[in-house]
Design a protein around this ligand. Structure first.
Ligand code: AMP
Length: 386
């Protein structure tokens, strides 16, 4: 099935056309600066996407469905869903939980409804894979009304990637997914780690928002919440200032001055103390999560690295694994530095836990889930008009 995959942000729209039967990518691109003079809104962005499709694929690009990456599915969405107006409104109603993302995702959906009203659309939620967390993992130890009245709980993100990588890792090990216990380290500019038991997510480091957990490119990950309340009570920072500081000025960037792992690794190799500290902090934080999740899953069969840093930075993988000796983890140094786009084992044969590198493919996973849902539902009709 030929699927247009859309990742619609507030000021950018990323797209790919995928052929799911042959697992090929026909084209990909991004429209930026939505909201500026040239591209006033998501409808105008979609006009540019259409022009690109026609230029590459001909007057009739042959699209059969659209799959959307939707960041927040709240408690309602544990699976991909076929989009209609009610679903679109539900995505918009979740805006308080993802103010930067969900409204933009819904704008993308509405723009497609206007442009190609007969094209079926599927929403694939970044939170959905984590709906299997047990309550003791997703509740915060705060008064109940914060959960019941405000939806304050752990949701987790990067679910599409974690699910896809789990499937690939199980395949590589020759285990059925339902027999796979492991730890998925999705290390990109945003980073999270997920505990997988019997193929399902049982804990994950991101929380109510994607700010929690690991030291990331520009995000702090976990900090003592009192730091924030103290700074606000003293009147030194506003909530907005702290929010942008923790999301945009922290992590590797806050400590080493750059959010690009390549630059931080290179600086550390040249003796830059701040870069060295940032790497040590990021690796140590991840090691602590891996230790904890090894316990959570009752003994992991595999630790899996994925996303920009996880797939490409042998230096960071080495640093992380060097601190996992107590778990019996031993890297094969040669295998670790090898460059490949294929899923592979990088641990030594006597390692107690296998270490894998598995390239993620969120767009491919969204296209596959979209095609699957449309086939399963036999639903090839346009959504009902409002
Ligand atoms: P992502 O968000 O998955 O695109 O990942 C972005 C992160 O991957 C950035 O921190 C990049 O510095 C990092 N990255 C990409 N390529 C490499 C590489 N060859 N070596 C080290 N880090 C890389």
């Amino acid at each position: 099935m030929r699927v247009l995959v859309i990742n619609s942000g507030s000021s950018s729209l990323k797209y790919q056309v995928r052929e799911t039967d042959s697992d090929t990518q026909l084209l990909s691109g991004v429209v930026e600066q939505i909201g500026s003079g040239d591209v006033p809104d998501h409808g105008a962005a979609l006009d540019l996407v259409e022009a690109a499709l026609v230029a590459e694929l001909g007057q009739d690009p042959g699209l059969e469905a659209v799959g959307h990456r939707v960041v927040h599915g709240g408690e309602r969405f544990a699976e991909p869903v076929l989009v209609n107006y009610e679903i679109t409104r539900a995505i918009e109603r979740l805006a308080p939980l993802a103010p930067l993302h969900n409204p933009a995702n819904a704008l993308g959906i509405r723009a497609i409804m206007r442009k190609w009203p007969s094209l079926p659309q599927v929403a694939v939620f970044d939170t959905a894979f984590h709906r299997t967390l047990p309550e003791h993992a997703w509740r915060y130890a705060v008064p109940n009304e914060l959960y019941t009245e405000h939806g304050v709980r752990r949701y987790g993100f990067h679910g599409t990637s974690a699910e896809y990588v789990t499937g690939r890792a199980a395949q590589l090990l020759g285990t059925p997914v339902r027999g796979f216990d492991g730890i998925i380290c999705h290390l990109g500019n945003g980073a999270s780690v997920t505990a997988i038991k019997a193929g399902r997510s049982v804990d994950t480091s991101m929380g109510y928002t994607p700010l929690a957990g690991l030291v990331m490119g520009t995000r702090s990950g976990d900090v003592d919440p009192s730091i924030l309340t103290q700074l606000m009570m003293r009147g030194e920072y506003t909530a907005q200032e702290l929010d942008s500081m923790l999301n945009q000025e922290s992590g590797l960037k806050g400590i080493a001055g750059s959010n690009d792992m390549r630059a931080v690794v290179a600086a550390a190799a040249e003796g830059d103390d701040e870069a060295e500290l940032a790497l040590a902090m990021a690796a140590y934080r991840l090691q602590k999560f891996i230790g904890g999740y090894h316990v959570a899953v009752g003994g992991a069969q595999a630790i899996v690295f994925t996303a920009g840093i996880g797939e490409n930075s042998w230096q960071f993988r080495e640093r992380v694994c060097e601190g996992l000796g107590a778990l019996g983890v031993r890297l094969d140094r040669m295998a670790n530095v090898e460059k490949s786009r294929e899923p592979r084992v990088i641990s030594a044969s006597d390692s107690a836990i296998k270490v894998l590198v598995v390239p993620t493919d969120e767009e491919g996973a969204i296209a596959d889930q979209t095609a699957q849902l449309i086939r399963d539902s036999g639903e090839q009709q346009a959504p009902e008009g409002e």
